[in-house]
Design a protein around this ligand. Sequence first.
Ligand code: LLP
Length: 439
Amino acid sequence: MSNNNFVNQNIKPLNTKFNNKGNLEISGCDLTDLAKEFKTPLYVMDKETLLTMANDYKKAFSAYPKTKMLFASKALMTSAIAKILDEIGFGFDVVSIGEIYTLINAGIKLDKVSFNGNNKSIEELEYALDNDIDHISVDNFYELKILNEIAKGKNKIQKIHLRITPGIECHTHEYIQTGQLDSKFGFDLSMMNDAIELILNEYKNLKLIGLHAHIGSQIFETEVYKDEAKIVLEEIKRIKDKFNIELSEINLGGGLGITYTSNDNPPSVYEIAEVLINSINSNCERLNLEKPTLYIEPGRSLVCSAGVSLYTIGSEKTIKGIRKYIAVDGGMADNPRPSMYQAQYSAQIANAKSENKPEIVTIAGKFCESGDILIKDIELNSPQSGDILCVYDTGAYCYSMSSNYNRVLKPAMVLIEDGKGKLIVKRQTLEQLVQNDVI
Ligand code: LLP
């Protein structure tokens, strides 16, 4: 667990250490104080770690003259997080009216926003156009048709990218692979001529300016990015030769992996950027193409390592010779990833312990399902009821995938800034839980 590497290669947020009281702190903020003040379960985001990663993305891609950074908001969308990223120049990749509404609520314009997704509704597309979204990444033939009608009705020419499936398989969990041929997302290359003919001949309210691809998530290989850029640029060349139009934008998605446990070994953002930029440069030269504007849309790698979850340990159960379970006050509703993807996490006890007694335990959630196990077989320092448990790397796909399973309230979220915790998402209340119920 060293802090010598780049943010996505560390398990913990920057400046995480035990303070002189023996409690765990992040950027000078004592996690046990946060647990006391804001209660548990609690999502905690460290602003410095988030900004460091965001700036690393900007620096790594500054070697390419035309890069636009989008944050894949599905990883973590709250008004405060959106505002922080907007202020340092990120745009957003959104996939629903809810994500768009959150941006608007935070006072963010949609002129740096890309809307993707495989089944956007008419209502969602209308809302996006009414709010002057920059471009839509169109996923399929049905969407081309309805989007053209909507744009026509509003007397607009809407900029679009076409989402393609480049046919690349990367070694990540099956459910989070997206670029392989047998995928629900995008046009496969054999569909492209038909799509472009329709756009050029019939759908006069759509303006095709680019191609969009995304090959998967939690990726540890660099080679797949090289191939992705090559395939997308070869398609741009093919379209240029066949239709005499040169598309000026490419979006190569997100996907960079992070270090959840010491078994994970992701490349840094600098390595990924170098591979992508070299591949774009060499392929543009080889194919005699102008260098396109490059969009990158990281989700997990941008926010995940900046986030931790705090829980209070409650009951325990020891099955002699087999296993000791300790249960926390959250679980699969605030972090569904272990039960959905067998995802692994690292954790530590956050409060001072009078002695050092490491013990292998399994951390169970409080939900009514045997599969609600947060971490199997982890070494913790004599965990006892009342202790505060800090689970690392919960900044991405935890709050955004949380639910009210078992009618449990969604946790609050706190942002650490200047050594203090500031509430950025309030804990749900019982009244909010039933507010939409109709008797
Ligand atoms: N762009 C597109 C079109 C995507 O579909 C995704 C993620 C991203 C960008 C961002 O990918 P990232 O940099 O976060 O890997 N819920 C799963 C992850 C699903 C990812 C879906 N698409 C998980 O918790 O692991």
